[in-house]
Write a protein that binds this ligand. Structure first.
Ligand code: PMP
Length: 450
């Protein structure tokens, strides 16, 4: 069967995530992917696409990475799944040990979940519950940053500030308080990234002065607000946030679901600010992009608060596939690759190549800024004064369609094009990514009549 046949069968039965299905019904083709290898996806007609977005930021070392595939196969022959309440197994234990070794000192316990949103739900509930245990049930308010994204289940969506996802469901959700984002794209004339971060921290301080006694936690996406348009900030914000949270008895939740596992250049983004969050949420890249898994790391202090004879004082939260052995085996194999292939070290060279390939794009018509944080590059399509292009020009979408037609899978966030490729990307593939993106931006400008 060719791609067209799969596309037709798909549209008869499937409803896709985060998709206006009408666009596909009216002609935008789905990419029907038969196989993947390295940075490449191949469709049923043999056409290849460079996966510049790591399949929704999950893939780390390329598609069908043989060492991870082998680890999963071996584990599947031993034990595919077992309930993690009342039982344990080697992959879950070993993975928790490995994650804690790499996490900031002072995090000592791992709670598994099976996707990013679920990890955020766990952190929010655990934070509130820990305050209840400490005799402060009034701490039921969460702080989140403007332009934040933490997932799409109702709790995670409640602390998400992207109207496209949140607005419709707002009546169903708890109401957090949103505080200013340190987003450096919003820096004022003459401000550095750091000044901008410190200004946002003053906004956080002001909010805490007002409502600090009622706050359970502040949740942040360290260094890069990914779904919010790959908006980046200076680590000074995180250091300030840590200090302020401590001063007001508030937990800090670091959502590293998208930025963890080397995306920002360090293994964890928090490292760049030298901070230890009270809750660290991990998912996406945790299995190298093979299987769904999430983990919430927390401190001994939090863990100890739940110890009691009474069952209801425990953290009674569960997902059926919590700590799935196959997913844990994939994650262990993925962590082993970080060491065996000296991934973080080699990523420094790759990040430099990505930066070189992206720099000239800043001079193209309709581009306001090119920015980079480690292995993440964003190209903001906006006016020279940073105001948005007229939305009806749909520059991001036009550019992405052009790129896909030319063998590069981009999936922009509005008018922000970005690269977050698998770490195995080679120099010639980076060059191709740069060239197709250049042509795509020019094409979008031309279509817009600019
Ligand atoms: N937090 C962040 C920062 C994310 O980027 C995402 C996913 N894009 C999530 C949470 C939710 O993860 P999942 O899609 O696995 O529910």
């Amino acid at each position: 069967m060719d791609s067209a046949a799969w596309q037709a069968r798909d549209l008869a039965v499937l409803w896709h995530p985060c998709t206006q299905m009408r666009e596909h019904l009216e002609g935008t083709p789905l990419i029907a992917v038969r196989r993947g290898e390295g940075v490449w996806l191949e469709d049923y007609d043999g056409r290849r696409y460079l996966d510049a977005i790591s399949s929704w930021w999950t893939n780390l070392f390329g598609h069908a990475e043989p060492r991870i595939a082998a680890a999963i196969a071996e584990q599947a022959r031993q034990l595919e799944q077992v309930i993690l309440a009342g039982c344990t197994h080697a992959p879950a234990v070993q993975l928790a040990e490995r994650l804690l070794e790499r996490a900031p000192a002072g995090l000592s316990k791992v709670f598994y979940a099976d996707n990013g949103s679920a990890a955020v739900e766990v952190a929010l509930k655990m934070s509130y519950h820990a305050h209840v245990h400490a005799g402060q049930p009034e701490r039921s308010l969460f702080l989140a940053l403007s332009n934040s994204y933490h997932g799409e289940t109702l709790g995670a969506l409640a602390v998400t500030d992207i109207p496209l996802y949140r607005r419709t469901y707002a009546p169903l959700m708890m109401q957090p308080r949103f505080v200013p984002s340190p987003d450096a794209f919003l820096r004022e004339a003459g401000e550095t990234w750091e000044d901008c971060a410190r200004r946002a921290a003053r906004g956080l301080a002001a909010a805490l002065e007002q409502v600090g006694e009622r706050v359970a936690a502040l949740i942040v996406e360290p260094l890069v607000q990914c779904a919010g348009g790959m908006r980046m900030h200076h680590p000074a914000y995180l250091a300030e946030a840590r200090r302020l949270c401590d001063a007001f008895g508030v937990h800090l939740i670091a959502d590293e679901i998208a930025v963890g596992f080397g995306r920002t250049g360090t293994f964890l983004a928090c490292e760049q600010a030298g901070i230890r969050p009270d809750f660290l949420c991990l998912s996406k890249g945790i299995t190298g992009g093979f299987l769904p898994l999430a983990a919430v790391l927390t401190s001994e202090t939090i863990y100890q608060r739940f110890l009691d004879e009474a069952r209801e004082r425990a953290f009674l939260h569960s997902h059926s596939y919590t700590g799935n052995p196959l997913a844990c085996a994939a994650a262990l194999a993925s962590l082993a690759i970080f060491d065996a292939d000296r991934v973080l070290e080699r990523n420094r060279e790759r990040a430099a190549l990505l930066g070189e390939a992206a720099a000239p794009l800043a001079d193209l018509p309709g581009v306001a800024e090119v920015r980079q944080c480690g292995m993440i590059v964003a190209i903001e399509l906006a006016r020279p004064d940073r105001g948005p292009h007229p939305p009806e020009q749909r520059r991001g979408r036009t550019a992405a369609r052009y790129a896909v037609e030319h063998g590069v899978l981009l999936r922009p966030l509005g008018d922000v094009l970005y690269w977050m490729p698998p770490y195995c990307i080679r120099a010639e593939e980076i060059a191709r990514l740069g060239e197709v993106t250049r042509l795509a931006i020019l094409h979008a400008a031309e279509v817009a009549g600019a």
